[in-house]
Design a protein around this ligand. Structure first.
Ligand code: SF4
Ligand code: SF4
Length: 343
């Protein structure tokens, strides 16, 4: 494991971080075990969020007796000062600490959010006050929109930016990472597996490790998963021409528009199982059409309940045309079900 300077925070952190979402699936004992294992393997940066249910509490349980050995990042979705101040206090309590290294504005992907944050009485006021009082050390931001992320890094208000990055979603590489580095921001890479679309961990991390200043924060839900990913960081592990071919195949399979399985669009008021249905094409490619039909029938039949109400469209951070995409997946499923040849 190498250690890098985390942008203008000046903090020294491991080149691999830990994403806190999967902790919510684990009981306290296992969560603490997994977190401690990550620390033993050299991971010193832990990212969580106010909205990840009890993830902060579990990180607090794991590290409150060794607070100075780890760097903790959390975040809040609140856009108003009072709400942000309340969330910071909540995070401090749950994390059992009197300071949080990095506190991020969570998921700033639209202008209206940014305007609310910066307005009088907006969340930025509370963040600055908390920083002045030493409750948080640095302010960061996370986004799913490249346009917004570019705007945010140029404000020079943030010490870090968190944005999706993996060998399929490489849009950030050219412009965002370049500008962030020029302005000395620390860079966190969310979605190292493209929301579950990449099932080859070895190649996913080989790719990410080529980008030394970009710190991936995969989620871990077992000691074995920690051991596996940490093993990729124990030796030099160069990308080979064969790896490049495999990455190209993934990109071709998924196309330009694909669902990252973030589940922000759910629940659908009509009961459409959006996320699994959006993965049908890839499942059919990786399995066989007949197995995919058998495996996905409940999910795919739920697509028929879509009345194009548009509720999901407003919630998808990637602006995917969800009802149209669901129809395409359903048509493919129907062809497979009828045993028809597909394109
Ligand atoms: S557009 Fe369809 S899938 Fe989206 S929320 Fe409405 S009914 Fe559900
Ligand atoms: S459709 Fe959009 S919001 Fe829903 S899971 Fe996929 S990427 Fe996320």
């Amino acid at each position: 494991m190498r250690y890098v300077i985390f942008g203008k925070t000046g903090l020294k952190v491991s080149e691999l971080g830990f994403g806190g979402i999967p902790l919510i699936r684990l009981n306290d004992e296992l969560a603490v075990k997994v977190l401690r294992r990550a620390y033993e393997k050299g991971v010193t940066l832990y990212d969580t969020a106010n909205m990840y249910l009890d993830s902060e509490e579990k990180i607090g349980k794991a590290f409150s007796d060794m607070r100075d050995k780890v760097v903790i990042a959390s975040k809040s979705i609140r856009r108003d000062a009072a709400g942000m101040a309340e969330h910071i206090e909540k995070s401090l309590r749950r994390l059992k600490t009197d300071y949080i290294d990095l506190y991020q504005l969570h998921q700033v992907s639209e202008e209206k959010d940014w305007n609310a944050i910066m307005a009088p009485g907006g969340a930025m006021e509370a963040l600055l006050e908390a920083r002045d009082k030493g409750k948080i050390r640095y302010i960061g931001v996370t986004s799913h929109s490249l346009v917004m992320a570019l705007k945010l890094v140029k404000t020079d208000l943030f010490s870090t930016i968190q944005f999706p990055f993996n060998f399929i979603e490489i849009a950030a590489k050219e412009e965002l990472h370049k500008i962030a580095k020029e302005r000395h921001l620390g860079i966190l890479a969310m979605k190292p597996f493209a929301g579950g679309m990449i099932d080859n961990a070895a190649i996913a991390f080989k790719f990410l490790r080529q980008h030394a200043d970009v710190i991936p924060i995969p989620g871990f839900d077992s000691v074995e998963a920690v051991d596996q990913v940490a093993s990729f960081y124990q030796s030099e592990n160069a990308v080979t021409p064969c790896d490049i071919d495999i990455m190209d195949r993934y990109r071709t399979e998924l196309g330009k528009q694909f669902c990252r399985r973030c589940e922000y669009c759910q629940p659908c008021p009509n009961g459409v199982l959006i996320t699994p249905a959006m993965g049908y094409r890839v499942i059919a490619l990786r399995m066989s059409p007949d197995v995919a039909v058998k495996f996905s029938s409940v999910v795919m039949e739920s697509v028929l309940k879509c009345d194009r109400c548009g509720v999901c469209l407003e919630k998808c951070p990637y602006n995917l045309p969800i009802p149209d995409m669901l129809n395409t997946h359903y048509d493919l499923y129907k062809q497979h079900r009828q045993g028809l040849p597909t394109r």
